[in-house]
Design a protein around this ligand. Structure first.
Ligand SMILES: NC(=O)c1ccc[n+]([C@@H]2O[C@H](COP(=O)([O-])OP(=O)(O)OC[C@H]3O[C@@H](n4cnc5c(N)ncnc54)[C@H](O)[C@@H]3O)[C@@H](O)[C@H]2O)c1
Length: 348
C-alpha cells in the first residue's frame, strides 16, 4: 500500500529512539550506521540507562521526557523499544505529531489499540512498522520463497519451539513476548491468519504472567500450527518443522551454517488390497541443505523501515500485520484463561 506524501523527510532521516534497555541499543547501532540516517536523541525512563547511553553514544542527546522525541520538530522518525505496555501511548503520540514510527513487537496489548494505531497512521499518512523481525530473517525468507513456489506441496502442519532460560518479563507473559514471533512467522509463511486458537500453559514465577505456553492455531485450509514457547527452560531452542504433502522442512535458527534442511519424505496412500486394506507407502528420500545467505535480520528490518519512509510505502510488517498477530495473541491469552478452550478469532 502506498501512502499519501504528507511531508518529505529532510535528505537525512533524523531518528529518535525511545527505550534504551536490552533491545533499543541495537536499533541505535543500526540507524547510526546507515547512510543518510542520524540518531539525534535517545529517551529512557531510567537514569541508569541514560547514563549508559551517554557513555556509549557521543553526540547523541538523551532525555527522560518522551515528548522531546515524539513532538520534536527536528525528528522525522520515532523508534519505540520500550515494554509492550507502554507502546500504545508512545506510538499514538508520535503518529499524532506526524512522525513515521517503527514500534517493537507486539504493537500493543490489545487488538482494539492496534486497530486504533493502524487507523491513525492511515489518517495521518504515516509509515507504521512493527518490529516483527523474523519477516526479515534469511531462513524465514528462504522458506517463504520455497513455500510460495509450492516446493513442499500442500502444507499439513507447522510446529515451532522457542525456549530458553530468560529473559523473564513482567509487563507481558511468555505468550505475548515469545509466541508473537511464531505467530508472525506462521502468518507470513501461510499468508493467512488463524481462525481459532487454543492455548494452555502455566504461571509459576509471577502470578498471572505465564512462563510457558503451548499454542495450537487453526488456519484456513485445514493447516494446524503449534508453538511451544517458554522463558523457563534449560535449552535455547529456535526451531520450526514444516510438513507438506510433497516435502518436509526443518529450520534451525541456532544453526548459522546450515539453518534449513529439506527432507524428501512423505506418505502416499497407494491402493487397497483384495481384503480392502488401506496401504500407506512411506517415501524416505534425500535430505537437501540449501545455501542460505545470512544477514542480520534487525539491520535488514531497520533498513526496510528507512526505505519505506523514503518511498512512502508500508512494509510487510505493517500495522495491519501487527494487528493480526495481536488478535491471535489476545485469543491465546483468553484460551489460556479458560484452560485451553478453543477461541474463535474476530477477523477484520
Ligand atoms: N524483535 C526482537 O527479537 C526483540 C528482542 C527483544 C525485545 N524486543 C522488544 O523490544 C521491546 C523492549 O524490550 P527490551 O528487552 O529492550 O526491554 P527492557 O526492559 O530491557 O528495556 C526497556 C527500556 O524502556 C525503558 N522505558 C520503559 N518505559 C518507558 C517510557 N514510557 N519512556 C521511555 N523509556 C521507557 C526502560 O527504562 C528500559 O530501559 C519490547 O517490546 C520487546 O518485546 C524485541
Amino acid at each position: 500500500m502506498f501512502l499519501t506524501l504528507v511531508s518529505t523527510p529532510s535528505s537525512t532521516v533524523r531518528v529518535g529512539v525511545i527505550g534504551f534497555g536490552q533491545w533499543g541499543p541495537n536499533h541505535v547501532r543500526n540507524f547510526s550506521q546507515f547512510d543518510g540516517c542520524d540518531v539525534l536523541r535517545v529517551c529512557d525512563a531510567s537514569d541508569a540507562r541514560l547514563t549508559a547511553a551517554q557513555k556509549f553514544l557521543r553526540g547523541v542527546a538523551v532525555t527522560k521526557n518522551s515528548a522531546e522525541i515524539t513532538d520534536a520538530t527536528d525528528i522525522d522518525v520515532v523508534v519505540v523499544a520500550t515494554p509492550t505496555s507502554t507502546h500504545f501511548a508512545l506510538v499514538k503520540a508520535a503518529l499524532s505529531a506526524g512522525k513515521d514510527v517503527l514500534c517493537e513487537k507486539p504493537l500493543a496489548p490489545t487488538a482494539a489499540e492496534c486497530a486504533e494505531l493502524a487507523a491513525l497512521a492511515l489518517a495521518k499518512g504515516r509509515v507504521l512498522m512493527v518490529g516483527h523481525v523474523f519477516l526479515y530473517n534469511s531462513g524465514v525468507l528462504h522458506l517463504k520463497t520455497d513455500l510460495d513456489r509450492g516446493e513442499l506441496g500442500r502444507i499439513y502442519y507447522m510446529d515451532a519451539v522457542r525456549t530458553n532460560l530468560g529473559p523473564v518479563r513482567s509487563d507481558v507473559g511468555a505468550i505475548y513476548d515469545l509466541a508473537s514471533h511464531d505467530i508472525s512467522i506462521f502468518n507470513f509463511l501461510l499468508n493467512a491468519q488463524p481462525l481459532e486458537v487454543s492455548a494452555t500453559g502455566n504461571s509459576v514465577l509471577q502470578k498471572g504472567v505465564e512462563d510457558v505456553g503451548f499454542l495450537t492455531l487453526y488456519y484456513p485450509g485445514n493447516v494446524v500450527c503449534h508453538a511451544h514457547i517458554s522463558w523457563l527452560n534449560p535449552r535455547k531452542v529456535r526451531q520450526l518443522t514444516i510438513v507438506g504433502d510433497h516435502k518436509m522442512a526443518v529450520w534451525d535458527d541456532m544453526n548459522n551454517l546450515e539453518p534449513i534442511r529439506y527432507y524428501d519424505k512423505g506418505v502416499t496412500a497407494d491402493h487397497y488390497s483384495s481384503f480392502g486394506e488401506f496401504h500407506l507407502i512411506l517415501r524416505d528420500g534425500q535430505i537437501t541443505i540449501p545455501k542460505v545467505k545470512l544477514a542480520e535480520p534487525l539491520a535488514r528490518q531497520d533498513h526496510e523501515f528507512i526505505a519505506c519512509v523514503r518511498s512512502r510505502r508500508q512494509p510487510a510488517a505493517s500495522a495491519e500485520f501487527g494487528l493480526a498477530v495481536v488478535r491471535a495473541l489476545e485469543a491465546a491469552r483468553e484460551s489460556l484463561r479458560q484452560h485451553g478452550r478453543s477461541v474463535k478469532l474476530e477477523t477484520a
